[in-house]
Design a protein. Structure first.
Length: 408
């Protein structure tokens, strides 16, 4: 990291209470982690994509100059970790220019990619521009399921991109999203990762937002599947030792306490969507009544410290019971706001993952439906899964997100 770039640490920035009013009782630090969703364009059609289900209706993408301005403003505010994602960020012809500017500013830069669009020439250019890290996604260990889940023929191409990543001395980092259709392949997925020379593997169980929310009934695994996957992961870790770091992200629906989503909204994470919308979490467009600011009309400092959207869930004044009086609120911050809204219709409710929530039954009911589905006749082929109602990510359709109480 280039530490010579001027950086405003912003640690002495004034606290802001919900609604945008200043408060001495709550100090807001800088957005340490910046995610730029450079485009919603993507050659894949993954059934678990977290992008909005109506992304085709968003405004035009920011220009190169706009993205560079955002980088400069965020770095001056104190941001240090940069993620470049999408969609597929390699669809942007100016990716190398954005990386070069981020490197000059001193960001640690992580490219989050499907690999589609990566060539020898591009990876050389990205290396020269200062890209630090590449995270490559696979959908499965087999060509058939990988290509089915993304509705593309990309398995061999991804393997070639993995070879490019190794050849150009990047750490080999693989990400595989797990769900009912592939979680029983964890052993094979890890074997594939080992064969590809992976140093880090993230087995990320699906989080149910965006397109995954639409497909939850088809994707949520059973508890038995989860237990088998965890056992396979433990056995693999014991065999390979320190050669490979494996991160197994458990799906929320099988927990009894919620995750500390983004360490609390408006705490350390800032995302900017392709059209310039600033988001306190990836899925914040879901939340009704949250007037999300846009970097086209405001600078990053004003968005982070002064906008009502980023102050809405800071502190604990917004919390209802049982969160407000719960000692765990300093650890989990009430859990995920988007999950609370999608499951209960009210973003201020306790995350229903928590077994103290009066809405926890909605989570257990969803798991029970997954158990019943598993007991039904087995799906014989990917084509059968399609027939069962999977909705593939597609820019040609715009599908509204329906909350749980209206789905049931």
């Amino acid at each position: 990291m280039n530490t010579s770039a001027p950086v405003g640490h912003a640690l002495d920035a004034p606290g802001v209470a919900p609604g945008g009013t200043r408060s001495r009782s709550h100090t807001v630090g800088p957005p340490l982690w910046l995610l730029l969703e450079l485009t919603y364009r993507c050659p894949l059609h993954c059934v678990f994509c977290y992008n909005p289900t109506d992304f085709a209706n968003t405004g035009p993408e920011l220009s190169t100059a706009d993205w560079i301005r955002v980088l400069r403003e965020a770095r001056a505010l104190g941001a240090v970790q940069l993620g470049l994602s999408g969609g597929e960020p390699l669809a942007r012809d100016d990716l190398e220019e954005i990386v070069a500017e981020a490197h000059t500013l001193g960001f640690y830069i992580n490219l989050i990619t499907s690999g589609i669009g990566m060539t020898e020439a591009r990876i050389k250019a990205l290396k020269a521009a200062g890209l630090d890290h590449i995270q490559l996604s696979f959908q499965d260990s087999t060509r058939e399921m990988n290509d089915f889940l993304s509705s593309t023929r990309t398995f061999e191409l991804k393997a070639k991109v993995a070879e490019l990543i190794r050849t150009h001395d990047y750490p080999m980092v693989l990400n595989v999203v797990l769900h009912r259709l592939n979680i029983d392949h964890v052993g094979e997925i890890l074997a594939m990762a080992e064969a590809l020379g992976a140093q880090y593997v993230e087995l990320a169980n699906t989080q149910y937002y965006g397109w995954a929310w639409l497909n939850r009934e088809q994707l949520l695994p059973t508890r038995a599947q989860l237990e088998r996957a965890e056992a396979a992961t433990r056995a693999f870790r014991e065999r390979v030792g320190a050669k490979m770091q494996i991160y197994f992200v458990v799906p929320d629906y099988f927990e009894t306490r919620p995750k500390a989503c983004m360490s609390g909204l408006g705490s350390v994470f800032l995302a900017v969507a392709p059209d310039g919308t600033a988001l306190p979490c990836h899925a914040a467009r879901t939340l009704p009544g949250l007037e999300l600011p846009n970097v086209r009309g405001a600078d990053v400092r004003a968005i982070w410290y002064d906008s009502p959207a980023f102050n809405r869930f800071r502190g604990d004044a917004w919390m209802k019971e049982p969160c407000r009086s719960c000692p765990e609120k300093v650890k989990d911050f009430g859990g995920c706001r988007c999950q609370a809204y999608l499951l209960t219709g009210d973003a201020d409710n306790a995350d229903p993952v928590c077994d103290l929530s009066p809405h926890h039954h909605l989570v257990t009911a969803a798991v029970a439906r997954a158990e019943r589905a598993a007991a039904a006749p087995a799906v014989a082929a990917p084509q059968s899964a399609r027939a069962q109602g999977l909705t593939f990510r597609d820019h040609r359709v715009s599908i509204p997100v329906v909350i749980e109480e209206k789905r049931t």
